[in-house]
Design a protein around this ligand. Structure first.
Ligand code: FRU
Length: 494
């Protein structure tokens, strides 16, 4: 007879709280087609995986408030990455070894079960000193209910290589390879910056240390959070989210960012050789991306659509935090490129096209392109020097602007007038990596977000806006001689 999974009091409390909150009609409207916090706060995507033919996504979750608190894991699933079904909370910080939080982790299907691997954080108060130990833990379940294993924590502090911090040891990402389950996990090295440790197991209970896969060595920020490691075409990609970065030209902004290291990996010796470095996303709100491999062979990434330093939601909204659109990853000329999952196109309705035409010198409104839940595609080209300016979600008072200056190939996103109320970073510029003088922009808009895919996803910029939903105008102008050709598709969930 199958054993019943016990639901702890803390988990039941979270489930009941969530269920009741969802029945009330007091929250701000959610995004139309992006995963949002059901209630309260969410951060990193966790456990992005396929189990019994469905795609599951978990997330860092504190249901009781719109700010970060002791971490639970929330849960949704989908068959197409666009329409998500809400499921009950799967983990609460209800054990001694994870009483301060069930931090980020990942999942895989193994021997017919759904395995979650996460960081349990235990807070110790001793001699007036507070210490948070981070260790790796396992929970196993059936797609709804999960049980933390008796052996937890399965990777303890004494399995960290010498000099590595016991306090910064988190965010395991697992996959199967040969007869093993492999894991990469973030750690802080003796030099104060991140390193990525690799472990493996054959049975989930006994893990062995394999290697230090890569070291930050104080080059890209300090601690490296949320590592991911995967093959992509002929290369390997190590993706990390560095804290405390210093800005490097327009490629990396200051603070918490996302870094892809592209290189070669030898599966026998476990040596990773770095070749190229790039920002994963250069917008204002993107962190902690995680990927999964679909059964049809696609590497899909989802990120937390928020920056740690600012949040654009208030207690009155009732929820805070959301995810990006899931994105297919490819390598093009050695660069990591992203496009929205192809399933998005199944939700397109009401296509409008704008034939190639000159962009006027003063702002003109394009009524047929207006909208707030849509994919807008623009191809801009010109003769000589020009500066193209686009206003989205615009009226007389509000707008979000996207400008392209072909002289220095600079693309600038600005949400200063997008309903945001805090004195924070609202603008970001990137150097467009292209030999062409023209530019292609795919602009994916949902109620609170704009995701910009530049030149078929060679670069992306993801940002949150708070412009009232009914403000949906699209305006364009150009100095110099520029032409635009456009098409837009509304996105409808019916
Ligand atoms: C990244 C992160 C992780 C940690 C989690 C805690 O955003 O700081 O390193 O596991 O959030 O919620």
């Amino acid at each position: 007879m199958e054993r019943q999974i016990e639901i702890s009091e803390k988990l039941q409390k979270a489930r009941t709280y969530e269920e009741q909150a969802l029945k009330k009609d007091t929250m701000a409207p959610k995004q139309l087609f992006h995963v949002c916090a059901p209630v309260g706060w969410i951060n990193d995507p966790n456990g992005f995986s396929e189990y019994q033919g469905e795609k599951h996504l978990f997330f860092q979750y504190y249901p009781y408030d719109t700010v970060w608190g002791p971490m639970h894991w929330g849960h949704v699933k989908t068959s197409d990455f666009i329409k998500w079904e809400h499921l009950p909370v799967v983990m609460a910080p209800d054990e001694t070894y994870d009483g301060f939080g069930c931090f980020s982790g990942s999942a895989l299907e193994w021997k017919g079960q759904h395995v979650l691997v996460y960081t349990g954080v235990e807070r110790e108060e001793k001699d007036g000193k507070t210490t948070d130990y981070q260790r790796q833990c396992v929970a196993v379940g059936d797609g709804i209910n999960y049980e933390k294993t008796q052996k937890n924590p399965v990777i303890t502090s004494d399995m960290i290589p010498q000099g590595g911090s016991k306090l910064d040891f988190r965010d395991p990402k697992v996959w199967t390879e040969d007869k093993y389950i492999y894991m990469v996990v973030g750690n802080r090295a003796e030099d104060g910056s991140g390193q990525i440790l690799m472990y493996r197991t054959k049975d989930l209970a006994t893990w062995e240390f394999v290697t230090i896969l890569d070291r930050c060595a104080n080059r890209y920020g300090k601690m490296w959070e949320c590592p991911d490691f995967f093959a992509l075409e002929e290369k390997y990609v190590l993706m990390v989210s560095p804290q405390e970065m210093q800005a490097q030209e327009n490629e990396f902004h200051a603070g918490d960012g996302s870094l892809a290291i592209i290189g070669k990996y030898d599966r026998q010796t476990h040596q990773f050789v770095e070749e190229d470095f790039q920002s994963v996303d250069q917008g204002l709100d993107f962190y902690a991306p995680q990927t999964m491999l679909t059964s049809d062979g696609r590497r899909i990434m989802i990120g937390w659509m928020q920056a740690w330093c600012e949040s654009w939601f208030t207690p009155e909204d009732g929820f805070c935090g959301m995810m990006t659109i899931p994105r297919e990853l490819q390598l093009k000329d050695g660069r990591l490129c992203q496009t929205p999952v192809r399933e998005l196109a199944d939700y397109y309705i009401g296509k409008h096209e704008l034939k190639r035409q000159q962009v006027p010198q003063i702002f003109q409104k394009y009524d047929k392109l207006s909208g707030r839940t849509q994919m807008l595609e623009l191809n801009v080209d010109g003769e000589g020097d020009y500066r193209f300016e686009l206003k989205l979600a615009a009226n007389d008072q509000y707008y979000t602007s996207v400008c392209y200056d072909n002289r220095d190939k600079l693309l600038t996103f600005d949400r200063s007038y997008s309903g945001v109320r805090r004195d924070a970073a609202h603008t970001r510029s990137i150097n467009v990596l292209s030999n062409q003088e023209s530019i292609k922009l795919q602009i994916l808009m949902d109620r609170y977000s704009i995701e910009l895919f530049v030149n078929d996803g060679v670069q992306t910029m993801t940002s949150v806006i708070r412009t009232p939903e009914e403000i949906d105008g699209v305006y364009m102008k150009a100095t110099g001689l520029a032409f635009v050709q456009a098409q837009k598709n509304n996105i409808c969930m019916k």
